[in-house]
Design a protein around this ligand. Structure first.
Ligand code: PAF
Length: 282
């Protein structure tokens, strides 16, 4: 496995290959990232991962500086998972001049849920993903594939639409959320939780499952189900941003008869903000 830092070094390393399989990350890798890497190793003729904590997707009050950086163990784990090239640019390598051109995803997809509580987040994500895709796939002779986790459900929908609207010859593959044995979705931010918070953290997933049960029972409206979940979390000391019942393909509120849904939640426990979702078919 090679580690490259500059865009030029990445392109040189990729030149002999036709069809990259790419896993973008911000590092501090867990089993969810490694499952994506293993999936990627079944595709293309070269496997690439990026490790880059992207300042553009953090608001000034968020955890950019504190975000865990664990480069050496990340590289070791990527190598074991079948990665051929790690692209690990410094900020000045990826943004040699201030990034003034930005990718603005459409409000209908990006301004609610995460976008409502993290304004500018999806502009930062879309911009860096567009840039990383240019770096990895620009010289590719055949179409490539990029891999994203479904835990960031809204993110993967936005990236699918980005690739489609800009006619990028890149297939997007997603993987189901990887969970700890007690149901907590794996996330780099779980490292921030105290022992007591870690125990409590499973409630977010449990609440989503309760919402799914209530939807299947069809006794309450989606709005009443959302409100009940918000109350439950607040009662246990959480500060929820949203607990939402949405259509899976466009994240709009469901109409009567919509069957492919996703339940999404975001809430703060102490200083840590967690997100999770579960797709359901009625
Ligand atoms: O999901 C993430 O880790 C990040 O948002 C991504 C896609 C690597 C862009 O920085």
């Amino acid at each position: 496995m090679r580690v490259v830092q500059t865009v030029q070094a990445l392109r040189e390393a990729l030149r002999p290959f036709d069809s990259p399989a790419f896993v973008p990350t911000m590092g501090n890798l867990h089993a969810g990232h490694l499952a994506l890497m293993q999936q990627a190793s079944q595709h293309g003729d070269v496997r690439v991962a990026s490790i880059f904590v992207n300042r553009l997707q953090f608001a000034p009050n968020e955890d950019f500086d504190a975000y865990p950086r664990t480069f050496e163990p990340d590289c070791a784990a990527l190598e074991t998972a079948g990665c051929d090239i790690v692209f690990a640019p410094k900020e000045a390598d990826l943004y040699p001049q201030p990034q003034t051109y930005m990718v603005h995803p459409p409000a209908a997809l990006a301004d609610m849920l995460e976008g409502q509580y993290r304004p500018g987040f999806f502009i930062g994500v879309s911009t860096v993903v567009m840039k990383l895709f240019q770096c990895v796939f620009q010289g590719a002779k055949a179409s490539g594939t990029a891999f994203f986790g479904e835990k960031d459900f809204q993110q993967q929908l936005i990236i699918r639409a980005l690739v489609q609207q800009f006619e990028m010859p890149i297939a997007i593959q997603t993987m189901a959320t990887v969970r700890d044995t007690d149901g907590l979705a794996l996330s780099s931010r779980n490292n921030y939780l105290s022992a007591a918070e870690r125990k409590e953290a499973t409630r977010l997933h449990q609440c989503l499952q309760t919402m799914a049960g209530a939807l299947r029972a069809a006794e309450l409206t989606p709005q009443a189900i959302e409100e009940q979940a918000m109350r439950d979390l607040k009662h246990h000391g959480w500060r929820p941003d949203y607990m939402a019942v949405r259509r899976r393909d466009d994240l709009q509120r469901p109409d009567v008869g919509d069957r492919a849904l996703v339940l999404l939640g975001a809430a703060k426990l102490g200083q840590t903000r967690l997100i999770d979702n579960i797709p359901i078919d009625l």
